[in-house]
Design a protein. Structure first.
Length: 111
């Protein structure tokens, strides 16, 4: 029922639930594409930690940044927080200047 009536939302939730299992995630990414659902690439200006339906593009799932290997949720939270506080990143240099990945790692190791 959910898959038939809310396919984008359903597939985004399914992909999120299997984001640590690369084999199953690959199967569901393929299934989403066969259903005509576009799955974007990780995007620091749009994506969140989890896979999510795009609010800007119909029939599109935003790739969950936490599903990217070696990108932890703490770093994703920092990226999303910076983006929400100060707007989209204009260039890679703007991103690097505004998001220090070491600050979230350093905080974790200092405890």
């Amino acid at each position: 029922m959910l898959k038939a009536n809310y396919p984008v939302e359903y597939m985004a939730a399914l992909l999120t639930s299997f984001r640590d299992d690369k084999d199953k995630a690959s199967v569901y990414l393929n299934e989403a594409r066969q259903m005509g659902i576009k799955v974007g690439v990780p995007d620091v200006n749009e994506s969140f930690a989890e896979y999510a339906p795009s609010l800007l593009q119909d029939n599109t799932i935003l790739f969950g940044m936490a599903a990217v290997r070696n990108v932890g949720e703490a770093l994703v939270d920092k990226i999303v927080g910076e983006r929400e506080a100060n707007g989209a990143f204009g260039t890679i240099y703007d991103f690097v200047r505004r998001v220090d990945p070491m600050s979230s790692t350093a905080a974790r190791w200092s405890h």
